[in-house]
Design a protein around this ligand. Sequence first.
Ligand code: SF4
Length: 331
Amino acid sequence: MNEKIGDGGGTRGPLEHVERCVPLDESGGKPDWYYPETDPNIYLNTHCNIDCVFCSSVNEYRLTSDDDIRRLILANKHTISFEGGEPTLSKDLPKWVRFAKENGVRETVLCTNAAVFENTDRIEELVTAGLDVFNVNFPAHIDRLYDAITQTRGYFHRRVKAVKNLIETAGGAKVRLHVVVNKFNYKIMPDYARFVREEFPGIFFVEFNIVKVLGYVKQRKFLVPTLTDMEPYLLESWARLRRCGIRFMTDGFPLCATPGFEEDSIDAWKLARLERRYINEKAQTPRCTGCTLVELCPGPRRDYVLLHGDGELRPSRKSADALRRRLLRDG
Ligand code: SF4
């Protein structure tokens, strides 16, 4: 019998044989890029109402105390991101959003699975508190695949409705989708782009993240496809989004794995502005020697290289100056 988890429809599904509690590694659950003093990510809780197979939070122990939340909000005037677990399950979420806005934080972001936003009152409550961005984990546009990835059953159409509620109630400019690209979904990415265009017109943008070897994935490394396998599907997906004018961003993909879409990399965008937060998750390797884009590309994720090596990297001959100009032009 499936175990119901909260109000999000969570059930143990096709991976129920895998232990939920991943043993801690020597880091004590804290990755080496964790910024305890200035991290703009605030972890309001550790539980969730779905159970994504790639969840990077499980056993990473990033719960933030009230004192820390206050300190981090006061130390980060640019952006604060509320994460979890599923932060909408914390009754304190509206309070902290309000506190952030009252203390001059430019942008407040909520990372959510959107389960609670079947109820539009919850959307209005957060918008009134001052929330700027709803960043929705939406890992697949096919119901059975959505079920398999989130380990739920039969909730896909309700999640689509929840995203539509967000667009209608908060406005598309406040809604992003993020998709963690993994072994289960990388081949459907071209059609995912079509689905976004047809079902979510007006959405602000889509964020493509390479799956991290954190949380569950430490024991499910099969979920990490190679860059070579992902590339043709992602390039087609991004080309479709670009053709229909939907903005998107890539995170964790080295620039040589995104030919033609280098200017859509969040890392390149940051490096063009001399910002290095979270860059430490990635590192160039000896194969990057001689690449013309070394100043704008942090290299692949370190955890990816530990798993698949660096043999796929292709030093670029493209002009870094031209790319920098395009990156700085985009605000
Ligand atoms: S070779 Fe290295 S620096 Fe150059 S684009 Fe690839 S990962 Fe980035």
